[in-house]
Design a protein around this ligand. Structure first.
Ligand SMILES: C[S@@+](CC[C@H](N)C(=O)[O-])C[C@H]1O[C@@H](n2cnc3c(N)ncnc32)[C@H](O)[C@@H]1O
Length: 269
């Protein structure tokens, strides 16, 4: 059954990614503007590149690339080749426009694709895969992990974050607010580790990044409040308020560690 989101985050963020108000919100939220829409700090971007051991020769896949901020950053600063997949056409349009503006040529390419239907690449073509806060949208995570394993080269590395690990009590109203922007899979601690092992990955490391996510959610909500008149004109009052409730809910759940965000670094043995 297809679920219709009651609040839109991705179309408004990606569709207006280049507008000054959204740029300012990202700058105040993350400190650096990469066109990101996630709980990933700039420091985590750099840690992802280090953990994946990215080099100029690396062929890299991003799952749920959104507006392409992280992928273009890696292509630009490391010189690697990055392919991004996302189901949102506004995100892909913004990502391709960003790659063109940065003159990345064929080092960064973005394609609209629903990854729950599989990964549209040949087996064993990627040295590394990363995914920032997109895995939470995949209900059949084992199937997704199987596809990731298929397209990764032997010895290749993958890193992904999951902001929906349940580590405390959550009310039904909080579940509704936290899920208002799309379909989500909430998992108990240990579930990602279990699925990774079942799919055939070796877990190298997992890090708890909940505190950083809590800080981002608070700064994001505050930054949006400062741009309220411009954002309401674009998003409408109901959507603006819905997104503020979503961000405040993320902040409360993560600040109180009732919902945790973890980063998983894995390899294909
Ligand atoms: C939290 S956003 C993160 C975007 C980007 N990684 C970033 O850091 O800015 C999650 C992304 O997952 C994408 N997504 C959700 N379901 C998907 C699917 N079935 N196939 C591909 N992408 C999907 C959404 O469109 C969204 O862009």
């Amino acid at each position: 059954m297809r679920r219709v989101s009651s609040v839109d985050l991705y179309n408004t963020s990606y569709g207006h990614s280049a507008l000054e108000a959204y740029r300012q919100v990202r700058l105040e939220t993350y400190g650096e503007d990469f066109g990101q829409t996630s709980w990933t700090t700039s420091e985590e971007y750099r840690e992802i590149a280090r953990a994946l051991e990215l080099r100029r020769e690396s062929n890299v896949l991003e799952i749920g690339c959104g507006a392409g901020g992280c992928a273009t950053y890696f292509a630009e600063t490391i010189g690697c080749r990055v392919a991004g997949l996302d189901v949102n056409c506004e995100g892909i349009a913004a990502a391709n426009a960003l790659a063109k503006t940065k003159g990345l040529g064929d080092r960064a390419s973005f394609r609209e694709h629903d990854v729950s239907k599989g990964i549209p690449f040949e087996p064993a073509v990627f040295d590394a895969i990363f995914s920032n806060d997109a895995f939470c949208h995949f209900v059949d995570r084992l199937a997704l992990l199987g596809e990731c394993l298929r397209v990764l080269k032997q010895g290749g590395r993958m890193i992904f974050s999951d902001a929906l690990v349940i580590t405390g009590a959550i009310t039904n109203e909080e579940f509704v607010a936290r899920s208002s922007i799309g379909r989500y899979l909430f998992v108990p601690p240990g579930e990602n580790e279990r699925l990774l092992a079942k799919a055939g990955f070796k877990l190298l490391r997992s890090d708890d990044t909940t505190a950083a996510a809590a800080a981002i959610a608070e700064r994001w909500s505050d930054a949006r409040a400062r741009q309220k008149s411009v954002l309401v004109a674009i998003e409408g009052e109901a959507n603006f308020e819905g997104l503020q409730r979503f961000l405040q809910c993320v902040h409360a759940l993560t600040a109180e560690k009732r919902l945790s965000r973890c980063l998983y670094l894995t390899t294909k043995p």
